[in-house]
Design a protein around this ligand. Structure first.
Ligand code: NAD
Ligand code: PRE
Length: 291
């Protein structure tokens, strides 16, 4: 499908895209770009066969490239756009995988003035708490959702190419506005991560005195898995999407206050109702996941 795919940021997601593209024959060659500080990770990516070659200089990285995927933390996307700008090519299609979309679009506007017609913002809704190319998997995106958030002026041919690329990888592609994407993902991805980090931050400090982790088991492990995620990535996501996150935090505080009051009032009936509603709502989510 592509002659040469260039991945900028060959970590968990960039590496998984490379592996997925290779296993499905979607690119004749796959190269990675990174800075000097990424050399060791890129060396590992090459040794593992995730990429064919890597470059610490953007010019040779882009030579003969007809598809570029930017897979760096969302706070670093603007500097990557600035790096790409002098070599921007109409013969190439560009995309990203950032977990927030409005800020990626705003970064492109700051760098280019107008978002280039062949830059197609996208986000695979699949991942893990692990980072780096060693964690990359060829089937990470299989039967997982992928959201594209085009602009009105995005070139249909470029949008189509990115959509087909992800469909061939096995993703279920949806198209929506960046604003809608950011509102939805704030609720189902960003807020849960923030909560997990907050809980473990609070309990970790208590554990230093009381060894509470020693007696923690499955419930704690399940709830807090995502607190093992990369702090840089999540700092960038939470700050980029704070306008959506802050109102949700207010709602959550209200919910916690309600539960506190139910406990203080010994109101077992309403506590049961709250837990039952949540259990049923989660079942709805699980059913959707299966279908
Ligand atoms: N981890 C997930 O579950 C997940 C899921 C979907 C989307 N995303 C998004 O994908 C992107 C990458 O996340 P990841 O989990 O693969 O992270 P990662 O840390 O595994 O990989 C990111 C890579 O980018 C490199 N990098 C950082 N700044 C760079 C720069 N300026 N130039 C070149 N390389 C640079 C890092 O060294 C690292 O190798 C993020 O924007 C994230 O929001 C993550
Ligand atoms: O499963 C995980 O560990 C994830 O964090 C994946 C997850 C999420 O579901 O929230 C995290 C961020 C991404 O932007 C998309 C997916």
């Amino acid at each position: 499908m592509f002659n040469r795919l260039c991945i900028i940021g060959v970590g968990l997601i960039g590496g998984s895209i490379a592996r997925a593209a290779r296993s499905r024959g979607l690119a004749a060659s796959i190269v990675g770009y990174g800075r000097e500080q990424e050399r060791q990770n890129l060396e590992t990516a090459k040794r593992l066969g995730v990429i064919d070659e890597y470059f610490l200089d953007i010019v040779p990285a882009l030579e003969g490239t007809d598809a570029v995927v930017v897979a760096v933390p969302v706070g670093a996307v603007e500097s990557v756009f600035a790096l790409l700008k002098p070599y921007w090519s109409n013969a190439c299609v560009y995309s990203d995988v950032g977990s927030t979309k409005s800020n990626v679009i705003a970064a492109a506007e700051r760098v280019f003035g107008v978002v280039p017609v062949n830059l197609v913002p996208a986000h695979p809704i699949a991942g893990a708490e692990n980072s780096g190319v060693e964690a990359a998997l060829p089937d990470l995106f299989l039967r997982r959702r992928l959201i594209i958030t085009p602009l009105e002026h995005t070139e249909p041919a470029a949008l189509n190419k990115i959509q087909i690329f992800w469909e061939r990888i096995g993703s279920l592609v949806s198209v929506m506005s960046a604003e809608h994407h950011d509102a939805v993902l704030a609720a189902t991805s960003h807020l849960p991560h923030l909560l997990a980090f907050a809980l473990v931050d609070m309990l970790g400090r208590q554990d230093e005195q009381c060894e509470i982790f020693k007696y923690a088991a499955g419930g704690f492990r399940d709830f807090t898995r995502i607190a093992s995620s990369d702090p840089t990535m999540w700092r960038d996501i939470c700050t980029a999407n704070k306008d959506q996150l802050i109102p949700l935090l207010h709602q959550l505080k209200t919910e916690l206050d309600k539960i506190e009051q139910l406990l203080a009032d010994n109101d077992g009936r309403r506590l049961f109702e709250t837990f039952s509603y949540a259990k049923n709502a989660r079942q709805r989510f699980l059913d959707q996941l299966e279908n």
